[in-house]
Design a binder for this molecule. Sequence first.
Ligand code: FAD
Ligand code: DLZ
Ligand code: SF4
Length: 508
Amino acid sequence: MVKLILVLGDQLSESVAALRAGDKETDIVVMAEVADEASYVGHHPKKIALIFAAMRKFAARLREDGWQVSYTELDDTQNSGSICGELLRRAEQYGASEVVATEPGEWRLIDALGNCPLKVRQLEDDRFIASHRDFQDWAKGRKALRMEYFYRDMRRKTGLMMEGEQPAGDQWNYDHDNRKPAGGEVDTAPMQFTPDDIVNDVLDLVEARFGDNFGDLRPFHFATEPGQARRALAHFVRHALPKFGDYQDAMMEGEHFLWHAHLSGYINIGLLDPLEVCQAVEAAWKAGDAPINAAEGFIRQIIGWREYVRGIYYHEGPDYTRRNHLHHDRDLPWLYWGGETQMRCVGQAVAQTRTEAYAHHIQRLMVTGNFALLAGIDPWQVHEWYLSVYIDAFEWVEAPNTVGMSQFADGGVIASKPYVSSGNYIKKMSDHCGHCAYNVNAKDGEDDACPFNLLYWHFLDRHRERFSGNGRMGNMYRTWDRMAEDKRARILKQADRFLTRLDAGEPV
Ligand code: FAD
Ligand code: DLZ
Ligand code: SF4
């Protein structure tokens, strides 16, 4: 009996579970560009273009490999607009009664497939190092699900940078060697690819249909096929990896990528295999081409953080994205969509998000994320923003990073304390403050005081009951309590004024 094999836009790997379960001779691969997926949030146009172009090329490769592929383009007149609708249409066309899918990376779509009036078998997506079972086993009985211990298990499981049972260099984690502030000349950039005919067709389509979404579609230089993505990986390993470790947390005026990999989009849609990426990095370290803090730091992000957040997403269940432990309810300010702001660090992060669909981790966590948390923005709106604007944003990875790590809306499932900081951190790690209208050194609630400074104390003060007993935050509260009362009152008053202006939609 003919089966339909569903391949989604972020499942573009030849070895994905549903394809492995299919039979080239009899089965039909279904791929579809649909309005539902292209608009459940206002995706950055570059993200839609990357996915559609990579989908079209993947379908062509499958055909060359002997598969029969039934592909729906967005503008096809018969397009039903949803994945389930397309499956129903193809089931009727081919007389198929069964669908094999690889589990989607979002509860919304898992449910949609579950509710589709067809027999849909969802196989676990095994393009990860830890299976759902592995993560459940690891999480069982633990009081706290901290990444570091999970990461060590992943090192042992993969053997990456291991010497027998011991970590290479006798140290699991070189995080302390990954915190050099910005400095010097950035001597590398991610590899760029000139759009071919397929990409250009997609760009025209995306411009016509999604040209009003936040984000610049052109220029578009992303890799859209595995060969290109592998070249981008090799380029990163050769040119950027050696300094990745040192400058992982740094931020610099006008520099969008620094020594980061710019590979997350490719890994997340299946153009690169995460283990293959880590092995390339390990090989560079073994060959003496990259220092240990760079290789370990990088591998930790992939087999540590990436695997861990995926585990958390499925472990915590569908309500995770709606959590709001701190009861934050302020609307996301317009400045996140490019509205005017005097805050140089935020302005730069948002501007490059618009042009590149990319910001690196510290910009996401300690600038835009930190500001949203300090200002008390509704985490659901923050989550929708991150899910929209980045090239690599898929809910399984975006939500734990945003709701958990960045906004503490999960009440501490991921982070043992909120990632909040005053302007001091940004001053230390970047050169933005020297170009800013605000004064990062103002500590007394002056008119031009850096908003991060004001809101930092405002956050601690308004959440005193929740956090003053947190051992890791004791120092912060002691510093606050040691300040003279009138100084504290001035800071809080200025912070309130700032928030009132923010709520009124005034440029801040
Ligand atoms: P590098 O900094 O060079 O890191 C190398 C690789 O490690 C990345 O390509 C990525 O695959 C992996 N990685 C690094 N940090 C993380 C992390 N915290 N979680 C998962 N993988 C990680 N990452 C996404 O892939 N998709 C998202 O939607 C996403 N949303 C985020 C939202 C917030 C609020 C924050 C704080 C982080 C988010 N991240 C997300 C994690 C991280 O910021 C990006 O993976 C990284 O910036 C991608 O750029 P890069 O390829 O240059 O990564
Ligand atoms: C993100 C995305 C977009 C923009 N468009 C499509 C599409 O038209 N067809 C498709 O199969 N997948 C698309 N995707 C990826 C899905 O949204 C993704 O598979 C789910 O969010 C689960 O991660
Ligand atoms: Fe950002 Fe404050 Fe520095 Fe301005 S002074 S760049 S707002 S941290």
